[in-house]
Design a protein around this ligand. Structure first.
Ligand code: IDP
Ligand code: MG
Length: 132
């Protein structure tokens, strides 16, 4: 069964939207097989966001992602990697369609509530990174 790594971001914690995000995952029919709340540090963010580490906004990402707790989850289901990206919506909350998590609750492309792996291969790497 396919698995993906999903992580609510600190804005979801601050805004009380963790439950809403979990509900949407469950309502879609996926199974959450493991979950934990964590405080991330810069070292793990440099790994997790290595594709963005040389961008000028990388320090903002670190500040944002260390501003409160995240909830990491292993989510399982048929085609769950693509399916979760679909219910999350695209990165930028302004472009994300209504009905998606980001479209309904995020206003821009920085604080967008939730992370989801972008490929089956990266999902396994990220699950190992955060769950060992
Ligand atoms: P994704 O989360 O939709 O996969 P990525 O391009 O992998 O998007 O970017 C990772 C995260 O980095 C985004 O979810 C967002 O929080 C942040 N980010 C991406 N692009 C920007 C930007 O242009 N400005 C500020 N933050 C950004
Ligand atoms: Mg990404």
């Amino acid at each position: 069964m396919e698995r993906t790594y999903i992580m609510t971001k600190p804005d979801a914690y601050k805004r009380g939207l963790i439950g809403e995000i979990i509900t949407r995952i469950e309502n879609k029919g996926y199974n959450i097989t493991d979950m934990k709340m964590m405080n991330l540090d810069e070292a793990i963010l440099k790994e997790h966001y290595a594709h963005l580490a040389d961008k000028p906004f990388f320090p903002e990402i670190v500040e944002y992602m260390t501003s409160g707790p995240v909830v990491g989850m292993i989510v399982q289901g048929d085609n769950v990697v693509a399916g979760m990206r679909s219910i999350m919506g695209p990165t930028d909350g302004l472009e994300a369609p209504a009905g998606t998590i980001r479209g309904d609750y995020a206003k821009d492309k920085s604080e967008n509530l939730v992370h989801g792996s972008d490929s089956v291969e990266n999902a396994e790497i990220e699950i190992k990174r955060f769950f060992g």
